[in-house]
Design a protein. Structure first.
Length: 738
């Protein structure tokens, strides 16, 4: 190992050799000061000493050497030696590689006074660069942002990579820092450290000093094990770790943490309820919080939340209304605070002109289907947005079913295999299927061809049709609903019409059947005798609901009760609601589209929001049989992304997608030195505030050996004293006389 020295001036100009030679000089001076006097007795002693002169001379020279080594150890300890790899000597000296990993997640935009978290990080890098430039050591520098470690291709993209510290270094640092701004990403420390490990994997013959500049938010270090694993690996490889905190303290912050459309009929001209969630990342309550709302960029009345509890959230509902079909944008925003990225949230909601549903009736008169069609279009100026189409079972074999948002099957006797397979694929792809039983229902067909011992899409095995005995003593309602979104509107006593519903007949389930706990099937309504009446099953990406009575008035009077219209509309709203909330796409993730190859071409454009203006990029779709897969690999900012799809006819169509920040990054609670130490026990690292990084550079070039020289000096001094005692004359002590 070849050492270098931080205080190399102590070794220059021959000063070290002069000091080391000081014990020899003292010895020579002492010899000059001696007077040679001949003395007979001494001559006798000298003659007898010649027998042991070599051994005595050897011990004296050894004593002199120990004293010289002690002086050298003091000088070397003050020079602060640092050990480097021997391999570096063969190639002209080992390089010290300074690696700066900057946490540029959006919590670093936290502002106070005239600075911010990212501003403090930039100033710390500038100070570090000045110190490196003033050093005479061979050094290189790498600057990597956390946001640039999470790319779809899996490769981190550093701003500077092994740049030599030379005459142009200051210029390169200045240019790189001009680009360093808070991103809108949420990157865990372990993710960025893992990416850094990949970046450094191609070269190990260097001294590494790794700086992690971060705000050290509590949420990122509640479970420190993933990050600790990578820090341990760097330390085991000999890297010097510096954890640099860029903020002074935690500050309160409010965030729009959710914006979703609630289950409902989504069609032009039909009001839709939405819900906004505001989270208070503060130990104190927030009062009179205004939420600004926009519909397609036009302001609408704001919401005011009286109080949000400390570290709590509040939800508020509000209606939106769009008279035209198409994709519409809803935005919720808060007034400015320390962190801006989480103050706004977007949702894109597609409102078709109408919602097409298919009604298939096993009876040629289509009695059950007509009752449903009336419920979907009750008249009286009430617009539901549902366009119901009544067909026979033959339609299931002739036409594609994907266009329908829901399919209702009523009073069927049988279906052929082609229809069964078409319905199964429809549900697997995310469709909603509702099955009403009736006089024509054949339990054996349902059990063998649709239920299939639980492998099919039908929710439960059926038994015989049963009459519900009249209860003349108890006034309990025939229908009992559980707490389920489909019938939540009827919970408790909020709808007195339900008590007037009488069910005379129903199709029983097979004896002994009950849905598995936490399985895909659940009973969401029962009769007063406990028999299941409405059963729901998740199947593939879709859902199937079995209503074990008629949709008409043949077995009940529900279809003539005002609650029937409400129940059918709630059922339709629940079953056709979006599977994922509109804000599920987060910054950093991609956008995938599956296109019809006969309708669309292969080259399309994306218009993405940028810090100033827009970014327009072109992407090519991949052919997958008769389908095309278009992938936007990653998104870098929140906002509305527009994808302009080129059709084979020459026309274009536009799709919009809302991309939002991860709300948890707005939690500004942070760790101090002691709290971080408890999460990283036994890990060797230096911790400092960004403003103190200048005082932490004395050990950046390698492994310090000053303490080792101190211990060596102590050993040398002890050995010197022992040897000095051994070579000196000590007359024997006389025994005291009595």
């Amino acid at each position: 190992m070849i050492p270098t020295f931080l205080n190399s001036g102590l070794l220059l100009g021959g000063a070290m050799f002069a000091l080391v030679a000081l014990p020899v000089l003292i010895h020579l001076i002492n010899m000059v000061r001696r007077r040679h006097i001949e003395w007979a007795a001494m001559e006798f002693l000298l003659a007898s000493q010649k027998k042991n002169s070599r051994w005595i001379l050897l011990k004296q020279w050894l004593l002199l050497l120990l004293r010289m080594l002690a002086v050298a150890a003091v000088i070397l300890m003050l020079a602060q030696p640092l050990v480097q790899n021997r391999v570096g000597r063969w190639f002209g000296g080992l390089v010290t590689h300074h690696i700066v990993l900057v946490d540029d997640t959006y919590s670093q935009s936290d502002r106070w006074a005239n600075t911010s978290g990212i501003g403090e990080a930039k100033r710390a890098i500038e100070r570090l660069a000045r110190q490196m430039t003033a050093s005479s050591q061979r050094q290189t520098f790498t600057l990597l942002r956390a946001s640039e470690t999470q790319h779809a291709n899996g490769r981190p993209l550093p701003d500077l990579y092994r740049v030599p510290v030379d005459d142009r270094f200051s210029e390169r640092i200045t240019a790189a820092l001009e680009q360093l701004e808070p991103s809108e990403m949420d990157v865990a420390p372990a993710q960025s450290l893992e990416a850094l490990s990949k970046l450094l994997a191609d070269q190990t013959d260097e001294n590494r000093v790794i700086y992690l500049l971060s705000d050290f938010r509590t949420k990122d270090w509640d479970d420190p094990r993933p990050a600790r694993e990578w820090l341990d690996r760097f330390a085991d490889d000999g890297a010097k770790l510096h954890l640099v905190r860029t903020i002074d303290e935690a500050r309160p912050n409010l965030a729009v943490s959710g914006l979703t459309a609630l289950p409902g009929i989504r069609a032009a001209g039909v009001p839709l309820a939405m819900e906004v969630t505001v989270t208070n990342f503060s130990p104190n309550p927030a009062r009179q919080v205004s939420v600004l709302l926009q519909e397609d960029g036009k302001a609408r009345p704001a919401l005011v939340i009286d109080e949000i509890a400390a570290e709590g959230s509040e939800r508020r509902r509000f209606p939106v209304f769009f008279g035209t079909a198409g994709e519409h944008v809803v935005t919720a925003a808060l007034e400015a605070d320390g962190v801006d990225a989480d103050n706004h949230r977007h949702a894109v909601i597609d409102f078709p002109l109408t919602l097409e549903v298919l009604l298939v009736d096993g009876n040629p008169a289509a009695k059950d289907a007509r009752f449903l069609a009336t419920a979907f279009a009750p008249g009286g100026g009430v617009k539901t947005g549902i366009d119901a189409r009544i067909e026979t079972t033959a339609y299931l074999n002739r036409e594609p079913l994907a266009r329908f948002r829901a399919i209702y099957l009523t009073n069927l006797e049988r279906l052929d295999d082609a229809a069964i397979n078409a319905l199964e694929q429809y549900v697997r792809d995310g469709g909603a299927l509702i099955y009403f039983t009736g006089e024509r229902t054949v339990p054996s067909f349902v059990n063998d061809s649709l239920y299939k011992n639980g492998e099919g899409w039908f929710p439960a095995p059926l038994g015989d049709a049963m009459a519900l005995p009249v209860n003349r003593l108890d006034k309990a309602a025939d229908l009992e609903f559980v707490d389920h979104p489909m019938f939540r509107v009827f919970a408790g006593e909020r709808n007195t019409f339900i008590s007037a519903v009488n069910v005379e007949k129903y199709t029983a389930v097979a004896p002994g059947w009950e849905p598995a706990k936490d399985g895909p099937t659940q009973v969401i309504a029962r009769l007063r005798n406990g028999a299941p009446l409405v059963i729901e099953r998740r199947f593939g990406a879709g859902r199937v609901t079995a209503v074990l009575t008629t949709a008409s008035t043949d077995w009940n009077n529900w279809a003539r009760n005002p609650s029937y219209v409400v129940a059918m509309l709630e059922m339709q709203a629940h079953l056709t609601s979006e599977a994922k909330p509109q804000d599920a796409r987060l910054v950093g993730h991609g956008i995938d589209l599956n296109l019809d190859g006969a309708t669309y071409g292969t080259r399309h454009r994306m218009i993405a929001p940028a810090r100033t203006g827009q970014i327009i990029e072109t992407f090519d779709a991949r052919s997958q049989g008769d389908r095309l897969e278009l992938t936007i690999p990653e998104t870098r900012r929140s906002g509305i992304y527009e994808i302009e799809l080129a059709e084979t006819s020459g026309a274009t169509s536009m799709r919009r997608f809302a991309v939002n920040v991860a709300p948890g990054e707005g939690d500004l609670r942070a760790l101090d030195r002691q709290e971080l130490a408890t999460r990283l026990p036994e890990l060797e690292y230096d911790f400092s505030q960004a403003g103190d990084i200048e005082q932490r550079t004395e050990s950046l070039a390698g492994i310090p050996l000053a303490s080792s020289f101190l211990y060596g000096l102590i050993v040398l001094l002890l050995a010197e004293q022992a040897l000095a005692y051994a070579v000196s004359y000590h007359p024997p002590q006389r025994r005291a006389t009595r």
